[in-house]
Structures are given as structure tokens and as C-alpha cells.
Design a protein around this ligand. Structure first.
Ligand code: ADP
Ligand code: MP5
Length: 539
């Protein structure tokens, strides 16, 4: 199938695991598939869901359960696996034995590399989410999982079930979770100590071959430990942590198992995946009550970490930033266009003295501008940026200054004098001080924004002069300053300017809002210095 080929061809470069949740719906959004999709997204995955059952529940309890025909679950699962490569599956509420059979059959037919099974039996509110008779069917599903994540009660039921499978023995009060004929919910007592829970996890892992994450969320006391138990390698990895004082624990098991499935697909290491999922869940648990959802056990705040770390607003694109900055200096550009110096330069009426004065200041400017560009090259985060600014520094000294030299040395009469002999005027000093100080502060992005107007305003002016935007005289080869006008309409300078705009606005798009604003301000300030610089010769 072409889709599959495309999927697997790009697999090596993939960063976003495609994770399927097979679970029940919680309309209040805190548990079940709703929690799973949020959790998968929160830790960096692409979430999908096949719905096993609909519950009518909120943070206080479950009011009803509707299980659609099992064939329709099979249809959902096939629709997904016929088209999409699945990197990991998380299994939650399975409702009844028929649903379990459909999932087991699909898992056997579909080679999913990672299967995390959260054996949901009872909601945090205490309501049952799995038929008692289905607990036997669940036992047969366990070996298809790579990781099983029971809470204390579920762990006791599974341990009892696997013990029952081995020797027919019953534990607890004798009602027997493995007894398919039992009508009432079996009353199996959960482990009362952490050591007992780990022993049960070892039994389940030994009987199924799966890893078992024993969860201590329901333990009494001040700690909420989890332990990853793998009988085959005789390992027990403990994850410690203080219990977080919160009522917002609805959906913690769903959220943890989805996050682990996603992170395992990314990291390929169970200990690392569980460690990271737990750090994320604990952060989300701490922020749960702030959501103020419901009067019972509220949900965790799945995206709290992302929100607080600045993932909330869509960043502008580089093109949008370029428009915003350019439009933001429209007043400055209009003021430059209206300067007597620019008007007289365009129509050829500018006196030789102010023109040479301007060139002398510009030569002084370019020499230090090249130093600032070299500093941008030093600070650039990648080789492409480094090369671009270094090349621009070279261009400022060699290409542009040649023109100044020929004009100014001709004017001075003696070769080798006249280029850098002028005193910098106030406008030149102010502009250079701004650029040199920005360079000295060492923030590459802000410095790159500060050097941009010198490219952009000149190219824009040069192109409009050459296009007759300031009158036809500027196009006349006999214009007294024709060689100057040609330099600024140079297509190579236009190409370099487009590259500079792209470099700087890409940097701005990736920056934090605060840094982007600092860049915009530096860009605006430099453009104001451009205006003062052009105004100075006739000022
Ligand atoms: N109050 C809490 N403080 C810290 N971690 C908790 C708390 N409640 C649950 N957890 C963690 O949430 C995850 C889910 O655990 P648990 O509540 O035992 O499962 P379930 O939601 O399936 O009943 C585990 O990692 C557990 O350690
Ligand atoms: C649809 C559905 N699935 C699972 C749970 C268990 O929630 P928890 O993660 O709190 O054990 C639930 N309450 N509802």
C-alpha cells in the first residue's frame, strides 16, 4: 500500500510517535480517551483513539455505561491500522469480554511494537468499569502487552487471576476474580504494604512475560511510589516521590499509561519513559485543582507545564515578522524619502560638498559597521549565519568602500588620503554607538536585527531611485552621482539583503516574545539612525 511505504520510508527521521488509545470515553474530559489524547499530545505524540465504550460520568462518579457493538470497535481498529503505522498502543477501559476478544484478535493480527495495558477495572470514584466475568478474559490479554500498569486493587485482582490460572487456587475471600460464573464483583483486598504489591507484580510479570508497573497512588501514607517489575530479568526499579496533596486525581492512571506509551516510542527505554512520564504527571497533578473542574475528583492539568513554559501563543512566521517590522518603520521611510538630501541626490542638484561630506561620513560608518557585522558573525549560532555576516563585513569594506575611495581620493587630490580623515559627525557617532553597544551586549538576535535596516533601507531606496521613483533624472548616465546610484541598485546587494531579512526574521520567529520585541526595537532604532544619517549632510 503506497501510504505504508511512505510511512516507513520516513520512519528514521520521525520525531512524533503515532499513538493509539483503545479506551472508553469520559465526557467530563479527565479520564479515558479524552485524558489519553491530551496526555499523548502533552508529551509530544500524535494521538488516535478507538472507543470501546461510552460512559456518562463526571468528577463525582459514573452514571451509566453504553458499550457499542464489538464489531464496530473492530471496524475502528481496522480503519486505523489499514492506513496508519502505529508506533504504540495504550489500552484502557475494555468494558466486557467481547470487547477484550476484539482487541486481542486485532493485536495478534497487527504488529504494534509497543503495547501498554492499563487494566482499568474501577474508576477513582469507586465505580466498576469492567464486567466481573471479563476479568478472566483480561487474563488472556495480558501476555500481549509489553507493560501492564495496574493500581493496587487491579494488581491484586490480576495476581489472583494469574494464581488461579496456574493452580486453580483462590485467594481473597474466595469469590475468585478468575471465576467466570461469579455475578457479583469479587472482593479482593489490595496489598496493604508496598513489599506485598511488588511481590504481586512479580507474580503477574512471571505469569505473563510482561513488565508490570505497580502504582502506589492508593497507598496510605505520605509517599506515592511506583515500581517497574520485570520477572524475566529479575529487576525491580523503584520510582519514589512524595504524595501530592490534591483532590485532582481523576484519570491519573489513564494519563500515566498514555504518556509512558508515547515516551517509550520516542525513547525506547522503559525506565527513562516512565521516569519522564512521572515527572510530567506530577507537574500536571500539582496544577489540577487550578482548573476548577467539577466538585469531586477533578482532572489533572495535562498542559500546565507547556502553558507555563510559553507554548500557548502561535509564533508569527518570518514573513509576518518582516511585514510587521517594515510597516512599523513606514513613518521613518516616508521621512527619508522627503529629505532634501535624497531629493537633491535624485535630481542631480545636490552640491558636491555635501555629497562628499556624506561619503566621508559613510566611509567612517562602513568601517565600524564591518566590525559590527564581524561581531554578528562571531555570535551566529550556525555556520551559514557565520559565513553570511563575515561575507557582508568583507563586502562593506571592499566593495562599497572602493566607491568612496575613488570619489574621496579624487576630491582630496592625493592618492591614499581623504577617506577616513573626516571627523565623525553627531549622527554617525550616534548610529555607530548604538550598533557597537548592541554588539557588546552579545545578544546575536538583537544585533542581527540592529544591522538589518542598513541593508534593507538602502536596497529599497536604490531600487526605487533606479526605477524612476524619484524622477527620471536618476536614470540618466550623465547624472553627476551615477556611479553612487548604480552601487545601491546592485542586484547582488539586493540578493544579500533578502538573505539578511530571511536570517533575521527566522531568528525572530524562533525567539521568545520578549526577545522578539527587543529585536523589533533594535531594528526600529537603527532605522531612526538611518534617517538622521541621511538628514545630516544638509542639516
Ligand atoms: N496524590 C498523588 N501524588 C503523587 N502521585 C500520585 C498521586 N496520586 C496518584 N499518583 C500517581 O499517579 C499514577 C497513577 O496512580 P494510581 O492513582 O495508583 O492509578 P489509577 O489512576 O489507575 O488508580 C501513579 O504514577 C501514581 O504514583
Ligand atoms: C472511561 C474511563 N476510563 C478509565 C477511567 C479510570 O480513571 P483513572 O485513571 O482515574 O483510574 C475512567 N474513570 N473512565
Amino acid at each position: 500500500m503506497p501510504t505504508r511505504q511512505r510511512d516507513s520510508a520516513t520512519r528514521a527521521e520521525r520525531r512524533v510517535p503515532r499513538v493509539l488509545s483503545i479506551a472508553g470515553s469520559d465526557p467530563s474530559g479527565g479520564a479515558g480517551i479524552q485524558a489519553d489524547l491530551k496526555s499523548i499530545a502533552a508529551v509530544g505524540g500524535y494521538g488516535m483513539s478507538a472507543i470501546t465504550a461510552l460512559t456518562a460520568q463526571n468528577t463525582r462518579g459514573v452514571r451509566g455505561v453504553h458499550v457499542p457493538p464489538a464489531e464496530f470497535l473492530a471496524a475502528q481498529l481496522d480503519a486505523i491500522s489499514d492506513d496508519i503505522t502505529i508506533d504504540a498502543v495504550k489500552i484502557g477501559m475494555l468494558a466486557n469480554a467481547e470487547v477484550i476478544a476484539v482487541v486481542a484478535d486485532w493485536l495478534r493480527r497487527t504488529a504494534v511494537p509497543i503495547v501498554v495495558l492499563d487494566p482499568v477495572m474501577v474508576a477513582t470514584s469507586g465505580d466498576r468499569l469492567l464486567d466481573p466475568e471479563a476479568e478472566r478474559a483480561l487474563r488472556d490479554l495480558l501476555p500481549l502487552a509489553d507493560l501492564i500498569t495496574p493500581n493496587l486493587l487491579e494488581l491484586a485482582v490480576l495476581a489472583n487471576a494469574v494464581a488461579g490460572a496456574e493452580d486453580g487456587a483462590r485467594t481473597g475471600d474466595g469469590a475468585g476474580a478468575g471465576d467466570a460464573s461469579a455475578d457479583a464483583a469479587p472482593t479482593i483486598a489490595p496489598a496493604t504494604t508496598w513489599a506485598e504489591a511488588i511481590a504481586q507484580a512479580q507474580a503477574v510479570s512471571a505469569a505473563t512475560g510482561a513488565r508490570v508497573l505497580a502504582k502506589g497512588g492508593h497507598l496510605p501514607g505520605g509517599d506515592a511510589p511506583d515500581a517497574l517489575v520485570h520477572a524475566a530479568s529479575a529487576t525491580v526499579i523503584e520510582f519514589g516521590g512524595e504524595r501530592i496533596a490534591t483532590t485532582a486525581t481523576h484519570g491519573t492512571g489513564c494519563s500515566l499509561s498514555s504518556a509512558v506509551a508515547t515516551l517509550q516510542a520516542e525513547l525506547g527505554d522503559w525506565e527513562a519513559a516512565i521516569g519522564e512520564a512521572r515527572r510530567w504527571l506530577r507537574e500536571s497533578l500539582r496544577q489540577g485543582e487550578a482548573l476548577e473542574v467539577g466538585g469531586g475528583h477533578g482532572p489533572v492539568s495535562h498542559f500546565a507545564g507547556l502553558w507555563s513554559r510559553g507554548g500557548l501563543r502561535t509564533a508569527p512566521t518570518p514573513a509576518e515578522i518582516a511585514d510587521e517590522w517594515w510597516n512599523g518603520i513606514a513613518d521613518v521611510r516616508a521621512a527619508i524619502d522627503d529629505l532634501p538630501f535624497i531629493r537633491a541626490l535624485a535630481d542631480g542638484t545636490l552640491e558636491r560638498e555635501p555629497f562628499l561630506g556624506y561619503l566621508a561620513q559613510d566611509a567612517l560608518y562602513l568601517r565600524d559597521y564591518a566590525r559590527v557585522l564581524a561581531e554578528a558573525s562571531r555570535l551566529a549560532p550556525d555556520a551559514a549565519g557565520q559565513a553570511f555576516w563575515a561575507n557582508s563585513a568583507h563586502g562593506s569594506l571592499v566593495g562599497e568602500l572602493e566607491l568612496h575611495t575613488s570619489w574621496l581620493e579624487g576630491a582630496g587630490g592625493t592618492a591614499g588620503t581623504g577617506v577616513f580623515t573626516a571627523e565623525p559627525d553627531a549622527a554617525t557617532t550616534a548610529y555607530l554607538d548604538h550598533l557597537l553597544a548592541t554588539g557588546a551586549r552579545g545578544d546575536y538576535a538583537v544585533l542581527a536585527a540592529a544591522v538589518l535596516p542598513c541593508f534593507w533601507i538602502y536596497v529599497d531606496l536604490g531600487e526605487r531611485l533606479a526605477a524612476g521613483g524619484f524622477g527620471q533624472r536618476a536614470l540618466d548616465p550623465g547624472h553627476p552621482y551615477a556611479s553612487w546610484l548604480e552601487t545601491y541598485a546592485d542586484p547582488a546587494f539586493a540578493v544579500a539583503t533578502r538573505e539578511a531579512i530571511e536570517l533575521v526574521t527566522r531568528e525572530a520567529a524562533a525567539a521568545t516574545p520578549e526577545r522578539r520585541e527587543a529585536m523589533r526595537r533594535a531594528f526600529r532604532t537603527s532605522s531612526e539612525h538611518e534617517l538622521a544619517f541621511f538628514a545630516a549632510p544638509l542639516g
